[in-house]
Design a protein around this ligand. Sequence first.
Ligand code: IMP
Ligand code: MG
Length: 181
Amino acid sequence: MVDIANMNQKMEFTKEEISEKVAELGARITKDYEGKKLLIIPLMKGAFIFASDLIRNIDMNLSIEFLKTSSYNDLLESSGEVKIDDDIEIEISEYDVLVVDDIVDSGITLKAVTEHLSKRNPKSLKTCTFLDKPERRQVEFVPDYCGYEIENNFVIGYGLNYIGDDYRNLPYIFSISPKDE
Ligand code: IMP
Ligand code: MG
């Protein structure tokens, strides 16, 4: 595990704040998708913890398909290219699709994924991310549902990893930065 003891660490969102926000997002989605055939597509691996909490706060029948992308290759910044490692396996033209991710940073991942999925003509296609760092955007992208907008810091926990899978399993979110900054 990468040692972060020599870095500045700041608590950003506690377990309680996270669960309140997820409940709020779930309630909005339940209302907006009433009577629709909802398909949730979490992006692996980052979104799996947020998505599993989110779907338990969506009070209606829904389907789930996972999609795995890579671009980071364990680096802390997007390589600028998004690869679909594992695609969804079903026909989506009957579904109102909601793509779920942990965070939007450059916007490159979600832009590429939504372009990829829109070619399959879903009934509708929206996105939901727990966090958004709008200042870091390299391409135009605005999530339809967002938990919190945050500043330019690197955040870990609640599915968000540092290097490899390190710190994904923390139940809260904190930011890290070099000590001399
Ligand atoms: P984007 O394509 O640059 O928007 O990158 C989105 C992906 O980068 C997210 O799904 C995360 O996996 C990862 N990412 C971006 N910022 C952070 C961060 O602060 N902590 C951990 N992962 C991040
Ligand atoms: Mg990710």
